[in-house]
Write a protein of this length. Structure first.
Length: 266
């Protein structure tokens, strides 16, 4: 059954179906991803627009009970665990940051810090304008990762690295400036006897938006990080999306969304 369903969900015909039909298909089968024959991600992947209601998020500055709906609900705890963030100036690059919710939440608890925002060019431009309009402190936009020329304390990849074709080049750049800690949340990894290369999958659960992403081969990724002087220091399964499954995938010895943390080794 899944073989036929996978083939159908991977077609352009599925992409053009009305939303009420695709929602019924998802409700019945609960399929999130299907494999493709692509070797790399399509151009203009992950077609999204920034939430223009960022001002509503900024209003939570004074809300003592505010906590963002984040792929890494314990990001603050990680920052304080890995580095004594309260007593020295430190920096964190939020790669694929999307909204300002992480900034608003962390800024309530952290002092003497710098939050670096990076996302798509249209997102960067909008947030940069917002920073100036509201005179926001401890935050700036990084438009081009290649321009980074100083060590960072933390780089946070919140469910983002698998949507990027040249993610290894980005990680090499991060390594070249000796960033201390790298945190990956909600990132899909696999191991399998049939392949040791990243696999491109099509995301079908949020139709009519169609995304493509990498399933990242776990062992090669760990080896790549070690070659770039990063040692794995923590690993957890991520349950951010309830009921997420890969039941339509066959011949995988391991397949799951993980949170991984790495430390730079001098």
């Amino acid at each position: 059954m899944y073989k036929i369903l996978n083939k159908f969900l991977g077609t352009k015909y599925f992409d053009t179906l009305p939303r009420f039909i695709t929602r019924k298909i998802f409700k019945i089968f609960k399929i999130f991803f299907v494999e493709t024959n692509l070797n790399s991600l399509p151009d203009k992947n992950h077609p999204t627009e920034i939430n223009k209601n960022q001002f509503e998020i900024l209003k939570n500055n004074d809300n003592n009970f505010y906590k963002p709906f984040s792929t890494c609900s314990y990001l603050l705890e990680l920052l304080t665990l890995y580095e004594n963030s309260y007593k020295k100036k430190f920096s964190i690059l939020d790669f694929g940051a999307n909204n300002l919710d992480n900034y608003v939440y962390l800024n309530r608890y952290l002092e003497n810090w710098e939050y670096l925002y990076h996302d798509l060019p249209s997102y960067n431009s909008y947030i940069d304008k917002l920073i100036k309009e509201h005179n926001l402190k401890n935050i700036k936009v990084v438009n081009d990762i290649k321009t980074l020329n100083h060590e960072l304390d933390f780089v946070f990849f919140g469910s983002s690295i698998h949507y990027i074709n040249n993610y290894k080049e980005i990680l090499k750049k991060i390594s070249s400036i000796k960033s201390k800690f790298l945190i990956f949340s909600h990132t899909p990894f696999f191991t399998s006897n049939k392949s040791d290369k990243d696999i491109v999958v099509k995301q079908v659960n949020i139709h009519p938006t169609i995304n493509y992403a990498y399933l990242i081969e776990y062992n090669k990724f760990i080896n790549f990080m070690e070659e770039n002087n990063y040692r794995l220091i923590s690993q957890n399964k991520n349950n951010f999306i309830k009921f997420l499954n890969f039941k339509n995938f066959k011949n995988y010895s391991f397949l799951s969304f993980l949170d991984l943390s790495f430390k730079y080794m001098d």
